[in-house]
Design a protein around this ligand. Structure first.
Ligand SMILES: [Zn+2]
Length: 408
């Protein structure tokens, strides 16, 4: 007699919650350091509650972090009601340095910060990413060396973070067929920086860095956050409700420049396809459509200059581009239901016309539930959003389980 099967369903996989699977010294140190860094808990008593660990375990981790110079005592905190005042803890200003490089197509912001996010040095340099990895990274390294020497802190460099204007494989630390970066495909960017500075190096896409910087500069309820950069090209980055970057399976998530948009002119894109949003609505595309200014083909700088003085032809083109970008954003809003969409890049910095164009289409096309609480705004940090995101990634890398394990 056969046993009747209940349902014709295959065996289904039930998920376990994402536990670390181990509670060793590095895990506890990382937990404690990140709770202090985030301001969630800055006294031993608060850390015990927040970490859900035994008092002795937390105490041992705090002592270890104090001994290794990651944490320092930071005065006395008055406790509400009765009870003894608690000793405050903070990240040490001497706990380590993080080197940051936000490399764009034409220039790079380079900086050094400490674990308390203090900017110890910053410079903007002109570079042309088309000159290839050896030349560009050589310039980046020489400026980072100079900034580090000039910084008042003698703390060791604990992490390097670099953003590049193209698709990257963050796991391997290499660019992957970046359209505007000849010679960079598969170049071991992270490995080179790891070798140069003797510490972990993180490679990230430049728009992802901006998205992360923007999200962490805003209250937590502004995530999920979608960042759309409209510059020489068009790119996107997505920060989840948990405040971390969404990379997708291969790191390509958010790379929206080559989405084709309805009603777009048949312009051939650098990728070889026709009608990509980047080919029809980027700052480069707006400049091309503007034609000649003062007898010469308009540049992106001309677009910004004309926008700043509300030139009707420039404003009309930018609003039209905003409408096309709005079509893509409306679709993404339906798909991901972000709390906030941030527009960044050179065109948005020059005027609100692009934002107005995007807004008009998104609110018209997206359904009420997706736009009920949606904030659609320009970047609050502007051109430093990339450095801000790099700073977050670098400091959190130092305080990660791997970073804490590397302390020995
Ligand atoms: Zn394309």
């Amino acid at each position: 007699m056969s046993v009747p099967s209940a349902l014709g369903l295959p065996s289904l996989r039930l998920e376990a919650p994402p536990l670390s699977g181990r509670v060793d010294a590095a895990v506890t140190r990382s937990t404690v350091a990140r709770l202090v860094a985030s301001g969630t808990a800055v006294s031993k008593a608060d850390l015990v509650t927040a970490a859900g660990l035994a008092r002795t375990t937390v105490s041992a981790a705090v002592d270890e972090l104090l001994a290794r110079g990651v944490l320092v005592p930071d005065g006395i905190r008055a406790t509400p009601g009765r009870g003894r005042p608690a000793d405050r803890l903070a990240l040490s200003p001497h706990g380590g340095l993080v080197l940051l490089a936000d490399v764009g197509a034409r220039g790079a912001h380079l900086a050094v910060v400490d674990l308390r996010q203090r900017l110890l040095g910053h410079v903007h340099v002109d570079i042309d990413v088309q000159e290839g990895p050896d030349a560009v990274l050589g310039v980046v390294e020489s400026h980072l060396d100079r900034l580090r020497s000039a910084a008042s802190s003698r703390a060791p460099v604990r992490a390097v973070v670099i953003g590049l204007p193209g698709p990257v494989d963050g796991q391997l630390g290499v660019p992957v067929r970046p359209p505007i970066m000849p010679g960079w495909h598969a170049y071991p960017v992270a490995a080179r920086l790891r070798e140069t500075y003797g510490c972990p190096a993180v490679l990230e896409n430049d728009v992802n860095l901006r998205a992360l910087g923007e999200a962490r500069a805003l209250p937590a309820d502004q995530a999920p956050l979608l960042f759309v950069k409209v510059g020489t090209g068009i790119g996107g980055g997505l920060v989840t409700t948990e405040g971390v970057l969404h990379h997708g399976a291969d790191g390509a998530a958010g790379d929206i420049g080559h989405v084709r948009v309805r009603g777009a002119p048949d312009v051939t894109c650098v990728c070889g396809n026709v009608g990509c949003i980047e080919a029809v609505a980027s700052a480069r595309a707006i400049a091309d459509r503007l034609g000649r200014v003062d007898g010469q083909q308009a540049t992106i700088a001309d677009v910004r200059r004309l926008l700043a003085r509300a030139d009707p032809a420039a404003v009309a083109l930018v609003r039209e581009a905003g409408g096309l970008i709005g079509e893509v954003v409306a679709m993404l809003v339906h798909f991901y239901n972000p709390a906030r969409v941030t527009l960044g890049g050179s065109v948005t910095a020059a005027s609100d016309d692009l934002l107005a164009g995007v807004r008009s289409v998104v609110y018209q096309r997206a359904l009420p539930l997706a736009t009920r609480n949606l904030v659609l705004a320009s970047s609050v940090i502007g051109e430093f959003a990339g450095l801000a995101g790099a700073s977050v990634l670098g400091i959190e890398r130092v305080l990660s389980i791997e970073g804490m394990a590397a302390l020995g």
